[in-house]
Write a protein that binds this ligand. Structure first.
Ligand SMILES: [Zn+2]
Length: 326
């Protein structure tokens, strides 16, 4: 893994890095000047590099429509993402921005920072990071790029607006939680329900919206996790010297972290989620704490693995009850 941070000659750095591309260049950019970067893009297309660009739909980017059409004619995939309007802190109506400034080159190098690929950005204080050979970073930026590709103004608006809780004296917001039950598995599919939940009074206000939603991945991970635990406990039992509770806890945490990361990878790939009838703002699973001490019978909790970005601040990491599934 290599990490470089630049504060000057950022346009030059971008040109150098992008020109090295052999296979793919994916760009998500708030402002992009095609007079400055058009020739670079033409060269990529000539060299059979797949070029895919998502631009914020604003009038500055629209100035380059002619050039964009020309590049599309040569095989580039260029799309504008229109954002909805909202009311800002001062009561004024404003259009939101697809504010990213990142590029993914050959699924190996990430360019990211404050720097727009525009003329104006050259006169500002800006930063640009170049990360190469970091699989996790590549994965996360690819997920975000794919997510943006699936988005449009209507879908974004749908995700941004949460209804108010109907309870008196509660200023919570209602979100939809898809919750899986690891004991409800049939034919390799794990089943779950969708609940409408209040962010402030979840215990008092949750309502079943839909049942029988199934997913194969959840079952696969759960089985994998189960076998990892078994392996770990075998290993601990066969050890000659006692290992401390602390060490045991660390080993279990390691598995949990690994599993949580698997979930994040998988769930982010879905981004905008709808069951048949409902937008999903969070996905979780019932969990019974795995205990080394077998005398206790632990309670079920709902652990949240994924949150939709606009609703995220209203959603906890876990809930200490099992909704009406237990
Ligand atoms: Zn409430």
């Amino acid at each position: 893994m290599k990490y470089e941070i630049y504060f000057d000659n950022l346009q030059g750095v971008i040109h150098d890095e992008v020109a090295k591309a052999n296979e793919t260049v994916k760009i998500a950019m708030a402002w992009l000047n095609f007079t400055l970067y058009g020739k670079l893009f033409e060269n990529l297309l000539e060299n059979k590099v797949a070029l895919s660009i998502i631009l914020d739909d604003n009038w500055v980017n629209q100035l380059f429509k002619e050039k964009i059409e020309m590049l599309k004619g040569r095989g580039a995939d260029i799309n504008f993402l229109k954002m909805p309007t909202s009311i800002d802190d001062y009561g004024k109506k404003k259009t939101n921005i697809m504010h990213h400034k990142f590029a993914i080159i050959d699924d190996r190098i990430i360019l990211n920072g404050s720097f727009n690929w525009s003329e104006n950005a050259g006169l500002n204080f800006e930063n640009l990071s170049v990360i190469s050979g970091h699989d996790y970073a590549v994965q996360r930026f690819n997920d975000e790029f794919d997510f943006l590709k699936r988005m449009d103004e209507g879908k974004i608006k749908d995700l941004q607006i949460l209804e108010d809780c109907p309870a008196d004296d509660c200023d919570g917001k209602l979100f939809n939680l898809l919750l899986y039950d690891p004991t409800n598995v049939d034919n390799y599919e794990m089943y779950g329900n969708v609940y409408e939940v209040c962010s402030n009074c979840p215990y008092d206000h949750y309502e079943l919206l839909e049942s029988g939603v199934s997913d194969r991945f959840f079952n696969n991970v759960e089985e994998h996790k189960g076998s990892q635990y078994d392996e770990l406990f075998d290993k601990i039992n066969s050890m000659e010297k006692e290992i401390s509770e602390e060490e045991k806890k660390n080993l279990i945490n390691e598995i949990d972290n690994y599993i949580a990361r698997e979930y994040i990878f998988y769930l982010n790939r879905y981004g905008y989620r709808k069951t048949e009838n409902h937008t999903v703002h969070a996905i979780g699973k019932l969990k019974q704490e795995k205990m080394l001490n077998k005398h206790e019978d632990p309670d079920w909790i709902a652990e949240i693995y994924w949150k939709e970005k606009f609703a995220s601040k209203f959603i906890d990491d876990d809930y200490d009850f099992a909704f009406d599934m237990r």
